[in-house]
Design a protein around this ligand. Structure first.
Ligand code: C2E
Ligand code: CA
Ligand code: CA
Ligand code: CA
Length: 279
């Protein structure tokens, strides 16, 4: 706020100033958070739609900030990318997921692949695959138990390189999923070249099932096409029985969503793993 002698008034802080300040202080706190163990991984089960069995999990980062409580990962991941912090955070995520899964394996549980989200920026960087290999080796975890989720947009930046990175990952035995499908602009036929194992249909389409006939047709079209390419398909954000029924009728194989389980803490996910299925 500015003040001058003649015209005494207090100007409002501009939204831009607030945003800049907020970004700046989050950036600073992110640095601290790394060292202070404020990050935590939550796990959300991926379910086989026909058997209700847990066939996988997605690891989702949470930031337990001492003052702000929970900060949305959507928000702070972008900031972390801009602040050049995505590499250490991403490394922490992969290491934590692998360590955890190894521990569950040693405890005699039937473990499933845990998927980690890879930031677009990270995916294209040198050493990415090498670092994954190193983490798996250090934790003595079989490569099939780590899965990589990437978004459409991260592939578009450099298609040739993307094809190559996906190849390297599959050669190592890792599974690759294409996240948020339908929100980008690419045609499915075009995606064929990327050879991913699974395509995740974005929640935006699933949300309207039962309410929007057009979206239902889109979902139907997407699922048919994906399956004709022999790619596994999973629906994200399934919240209602109606959505589930619709997807089942379409022979969609897998779902993930609040209807089965929210993302939960490691201890809670362990209990789910013990049962092996939900419902
Ligand atoms: P995403 O990868 O698309 O993850 C799915 C998001 O949908 C998660 O939000 C999850 O909690 C939420 N979700 C799952 N089922 C339902 C449902 O039935 N209804 C609704 N309304 N939401 C559901 P979350 O955990 O807030 O994460 C948001 C985004 O932040 C993720 O979207 C991902 O892009 C990013 N993110 C989260 N963790 C990480 C991470 O470790 N690394 C990176 N690079 N990004 C991450
Ligand atoms: Ca994801
Ligand atoms: Ca997603
Ligand atoms: Ca998303």
């Amino acid at each position: 706020a500015k003040e001058d002698g003649k015209n005494q008034y207090k100007a409002y802080s501009s939204i831009r100033d607030i945003k800049t300040f907020k970004a700046f202080s989050i950036e600073n706190s992110l640095h601290k958070a790394m060292g202070m163990e404020e990050f935590e991984l939550y796990y959300q089960p991926k379910i086989d739609i026909h058997t209700n069995r847990i066939v996988g999990a997605e690891a989702l980062i949470r930031w337990n900030h001492p003052v702000w409580d929970l900060v949305s990962p959507n928000e702070f991941i972008t900031l972390a990318e801009d602040a050049g912090l995505i590499i250490p955070i991403g490394k922490w995520v992969k290491e934590t997921a692998c360590k955890q899964n190894k521990k569950w394996q040693e405890e005699g549980l039937n473990i499933v692949p845990i998927a980690v989200n890879i930031s677009a920026k990270r995916f294209m960087q040198k050493e990415f695959v090498k670092n994954i290999e190193k983490i798996l080796l250090e934790n003595q975890l079989d490569t099939q138990y780590l899965e990589i989720e990437i978004t459409e947009t991260s592939l578009m930046e450099n298609e040739e390189l993307a094809v190559d990175v996906i190849h390297q990952l599959s050669d190592l035995g890792l599974k690759v999923s294409l996240d948020d499908f339908g929100t980008g602009y690419s045609a499915l036929s075009y995606l064929k070249q990327f050879k991913v194992d699974t395509i995740k249909i974005d929640r935006a389409f699933i949300k309207e099932i039962g309410e929007n006939k057009q979206d239902e047709l889109v979902v139907k079209g997407i699922i048919n096409l994906i399956q004709s390419l022999n790619i596994n398909v999973i629906a994200e954000g399934v919240e209602t029985e109606e959505q589930l029924r619709f997807l089942r009728d379409l022979k969609c194989n897998q779902v993930q969503g609040y209807l089965y389980s929210r993302p939960v803490k490691a201890a809670e996910f362990k209990e789910l793993l013990k049962k092996g299925k939900i419902k």
